[in-house]
Design a protein around this ligand. Structure first.
Ligand code: NAP
Length: 477
């Protein structure tokens, strides 16, 4: 059976203890991943520290050249990586091929280019000159989740490395496969030993050891709000730099003047892409009352037509949920919503997929109406193929419902009215607003959330600021 080993100091290291890796679509164990310890993290930190001085001093063009080379190799193997991601995570292969892996390549190329173009500020004044040096932080920890494994792994390590840091990374133990393949790719591309180290294992063991390690100076974390709270509590006293990209309960706000014909496919995609396992998914759909009935009918019709199936089947639109525990969590959330008075218009049950997937963790795409904004299904992240729909009467009420949750990650607004689009976008409490679109990304823009969705921003200049320390130099003239 395949084994996913730690990658430390440019070499793969087996482990004395292993964790089963299961294919979500079949429920069967197909590999083992190393169960790391605090000692493994310590060895990775030592390797990263040893690599840091030379890597930080390397001209940016040379660091960028490594990233470009790795991106080119990844592109050549796009199909192999897409298949691996689909099998490991449960997502449709068509999605891994069109989103996950291309975006991972884009992350590498974007930050390679960024490293060549960043600049710093100068503040000339009579009798003195101030300028700002932006220096790499040192050894940084990158902890990523299971929903977009390689996409989010590279979203962190690419800027970290491009701007001169060395990395100790931990992917989710549920989806360790593409990070391991990626480490092998870095080795083939002769990335200097110690620049990227990958330590596998449980969050409570390896993740915690990274967060607590006194010589890891910054933590870039994407994952749940609960883990984010722990990291903030633990890393705070060490004065580490923190970027926390956490959960979301994102509103999709549809006004009566929206062009439903073009909007509907994107609104369905926003609710159900990757089985709803994307932090940006629009899981609360708020609809202006005058078009509520028409919208619900047309939305449900489209959701019913989504194809649930084997993730490796080219035509599948909804794959398997990542783990058995998550599958039960999602089904429980649906049952609770029903108990809270929700009416299930579509789905609501496990989905049965025949053949090799008969024991897989599939859930029907589910639409629920009739729930109060304050109930759990409208307040807590379900992170599955579940969308609730709520009516609103006017702009003010839409904003109030949208802002009534503890999260503040993203929102999408659908209207033809330009004044309203700007006004509502300004008043939604979140970090990203899309108008008449969803998940349209330009990597130069700041990305992140507010409230319980996290602190800090990544992307573009924000990533540069996060992965470097500003030093002011003042010269008396
Ligand atoms: P999670 O349980 O918080 O895990 C995220 C990562 O943290 C995993 O690698 C996990 O390892 C590790 N971890 C767990 N406990 C830890 C600890 N005590 N110390 C350090 N690391 C620890 O989240 P998840 O369930 O994998 O991911 C889903 C969540 O991520 C959702 O809430 C989603 O909204 C959020 N998310 C947010 C964004 C964003 O950009 N805002 C993007 C994607 C996902 P193990 O898996 O090995 O336990």
């Amino acid at each position: 059976m395949e084994q996913f080993c730690h990658f430390i100091d440019g070499r793969f290291h087996p482990s004395t203890s292993w964790i089963d890796v299961t294919e979500p679509a079949t429920g069967a164990v197909y590999a083992h991943v190393a169960r790391g310890t605090a000692d493994d993290v310590n060895r990775a930190v030592q390797a990263a520290e040893a690599a840091f001085p030379l890597w930080a001093e390397l001209p940016a063009a040379e660091r960028a050249a490594y990233l470009y080379r790795i991106a080119d190799e990844l592109e050549k193997r796009l199909e192999e990586f897409a298949r691996a991601e689909s099998q490991d995570q449960g997502k449709p292969i068509a999605l891994a091929r069109s989103l996950d892996i291309p975006r991972s390549i884009a992350n590498l190329r974007f930050f390679a280019a960024a490293a060549l173009h960043v600049s710093t500020e100068a503040h000339p004044a009579p009798g003195m000159l101030n300028y700002t040096l932006r220096q790499p932080v040192g050894v940084v920890g990158c902890i990523s989740p299971w929903n977009l494994p390689l996409y989010l792994f590279t979203w962190k390590i690419a800027p970290a490395i491009a701007f001169g840091n060395t990395v100790v990374a931990k992917p989710s133990e549920l989806t360790p496969r593409t990070a391991t393949m990626f480490a092998a790719l870095c080795k083939e591309c002769a990335l200097p030993a110690g620049v990227l180290n990958v330590v596998h294992g449980y969050g409570s063991e390896v993740g915690a050891a990274i967060v607590e390690h006194p010589r890891i100076r910054a933590i870039s974390f994407t994952g749940s709000t609960t883990t984010g709270e722990y990291i903030a509590r633990t890393a705070g006293p060490h004065f580490k730099k923190l970027s926390l990209e956490l959960g979301g309960k994102n509103p999709t706000i549809i006004f009566a003047d929206a062009d439903l014909e073009t909007a509907l496919p994107t609104i369905v995609r926003a609710g159900f892409l990757n089985q709803g396992e994307i932090c940006l998914c629009g899981s609360r759909v708020l609809v202006e009352r005058s078009i509520y009935d028409t919208f619900v009918e047309r939305f449900c019709e489209k959701v019913r037509s989504l194809r649930v199936g084997d993730p490796l089947d080219e035509h599948t639109e909804i794959g398997a949920l990542v783990s058995e525990a998550h599958y039960h969590k999602v089904l429980n959330a649906i049952a609770n919503a029903e108990r809270d008075g929700g009416q299930i218009l579509v789905g609501g049950k496990p989905a049965y997929v025949d053949g090799r997937c008969k024991n897989g963790w599939f859930v029907e795409p589910t639409v629920i109406v009739g729930l109060k904004p304050s109930c759990a299904a409208n307040q807590e992240e379900i992170f599955g193929p579940v969308v609730t729909i709520l009516p609103f009467d006017d702009e003010e009420e839409a904003i109030r419902i949208a802002n009534s949750v503890r999260y503040g990650l993203a929102a999408s607004i659908w209207t033809q009215n330009l004044r309203r689009a700007h006004a509502v976008a300004a008043q939604i409490e979140c970090g990203v607003v899309w108008v008449n679109c969803w998940m349209l990304r330009d990597l130069r823009t700041p990305f992140g959330g507010i409230k319980a969705s996290g602190i800090g921003r990544e992307g573009g200049w924000e990533a540069y600021r996060f992965f470097t320390e500003a030093k002011n130099v003042c010269i008396k003239l």
